[in-house]
Design a protein around this ligand. Structure first.
Ligand SMILES: Cc1cc2nc3c(=O)[nH]c(=O)nc-3n(C[C@H](O)[C@H](O)[C@H](O)COP(=O)(O)OP(=O)(O)OC[C@H]3O[C@@H](n4cnc5c(N)ncnc54)[C@H](O)[C@@H]3O)c2cc1C
Length: 385
């Protein structure tokens, strides 16, 4: 067999490409991953702050993240690697009546999907987060089974086990084109070589739309710039990720948590969204984020910020990913459009893509692939993207 011939080639070694490589190689599929950066996770994965929740408004996204939660939370006992998983839960803290109504309406659906999530009164919420600002607090949702982990350690763990299963990774190599035979994708070209495979997985995140164009297809992915920051480590004083969905000034939602190793990580979504590939940090971010952080947890006022950074969300028009084969382009598989949830979706998506490629999909997985196909009609927008 030609040494440049594989069963599957994955484009991109990020939050999605690496766990997908892990599950494929574990199933005995001969897999090559092509990555233009010098190692795994150097694009959006290392920008992620590590939140993992199943509490979405889209049922397919919720199901995939439930699978991811099972994988993250049992990783250490199953595979032996420390990924700094902590079951700290998620809290949506509410200070406005309209947010109370929105989240309580969503709660009805989330409970119907058998999620462990509840509405807590202000007093009950304060017993979960004693340092939360009580002034004007109306309560909030609490999902104790959600949590967080280290994006870098998690990706490295998948990478290590994929390598042990003979998965190949080529770094510093850029995909520049696709090869077609009889109307079917049969391989790729890079700046270094040509490779053939019967299936190509586009897991190039914010850049997957550009790669789609090289294959002659339109994948509506909009790169969106988001910044984050991290403080020095301090003694543990709070456990859940806290999300505040109030729009304020140049921000929409704001979210933060204290990592298992003591640092507080924080992010906000800019309003209006900033589209494009710009990853330069701004001077707006820190003063704006610090104000929101101190308003919610005044106790943080003397904690020092160590670093800020900026990365990209690969956004889709409805806030849900594009997954699965593309009937109009045989041989092409999509695993992209993760929006602000690619780290938490990664393992669940990797497992699903592997089942689709190895022909072992169950009924639920088949339905998810239908719901998240590129050709779906955009009817509902994910609320918590
Ligand atoms: C500030 C911030 C905070 C976030 N917080 C969270 C969070 O708490 N939880 C969460 O789940 N998500 C979070 N996210 C979102 C998450 O980071 C992304 O959704 C996720 O990383 C996308 O994964 P991906 O695999 O699709 O893309 P990436 O991880 O970016 O991987 C794509 C890879 O493709 C490679 N590539 C692109 N073009 C080519 C080419 N032509 N040839 C070869 N390789 C190519 C890139 O170099 C890259 O390595 C956050 C994002 C940001 C910016």
């Amino acid at each position: 067999m030609n040494q440049n011939s594989y069963d599957v080639i994955i484009l991109g070694a990020g939050s999605v490409g690496v766990p997908t490589a892990f599950f494929l190689s574990k199933s005995g599929v001969k897999t090559l991953v092509i990555e233009e950066r010098s190692s795994i996770g150097q694009a959006s994965n290392k920008a992620a702050i590590g939140g993992i929740r199943a509490t979405h408004s889209d049922p397919s996204k919720a199901w995939l993240c439930q699978r991811s939660l099972q994988i993250f939370s049992t990783w250490k006992e199953q595979y032996g690697d420390e990924i700094e998983w902590k079951k700290g839960g998620y809290v949506y803290a509410v200070y406005r009546e309209e947010d109370k109504t929105t989240l309580n309406n969503l709660l009805i659906r989330q409970k119907a999907w058998k999620m462990n999530i509840d509405w807590l009164s202000p007093n009950d919420l304060l017993s979960v987060i004693p340092d939360l600002n009580a002034e004007g607090l109306l309560g909030g949702t609490y999902s104790p089974d959600d949590g967080h982990a280290s994006p870098l350690l998690s990706l490295f763990a998948s990478y290590k086990h994929a390598r042990e299963q003979d998965c190949e990774f080529h770094f510093n190599e850029t995909v520049t084109g696709f090869t077609k035979q009889n109307g079917k994708i049969s391989g790729i070209q890079t700046n270094k070589d040509n490779y053939s495979a019967s299936i190509i997985v586009n897991a190039a995140g914010a850049w997957s739309g550009e790669l789609g164009k090289l294959a002659g297809m339109n994948i509506p992915i909009i790169p969106e710039s988001h910044e984050a920051g991290i403080t020095e480590p301090v003694q543990t004083f709070m456990h859940p990720m806290i999300v505040d969905i109030r729009p304020m000034g140049i921000t929409s939602n704001f979210y933060f948590y204290q990592h298992a190793t003591g640092q507080v990580l924080f992010c906000y979504s800019p309003e209006p969204p900033i589209h494009g590939f710009d990853r330069q940090v701004t001077s707006d971010f820190l003063p704006t984020a610090a104000k929101r952080l101190l308003e919610l947890i005044p106790r943080l006022q003397s904690v020092r910020v160590r670093r800020t950074w900026r990365g990209l969300y690969p956004m889709t028009p409805d806030g849900s990913p594009f997954l699965g084969f593309v009937p109009e382009m045989p041989g092409m598989m999509l695993a992209t459009g993760m929006c602000g949830q690619g780290f938490m979706l990664g393992p669940g998506v990797g497992e699903l893509i592997t089942a689709a490629i190895t022909g072992s999909l169950d009924d639920v997985q088949q339905e998810i692939l239908q719901n998240l196909s590129l050709s779906r009609s955009i009817s509902q927008i994910e609320m918590l993207k």
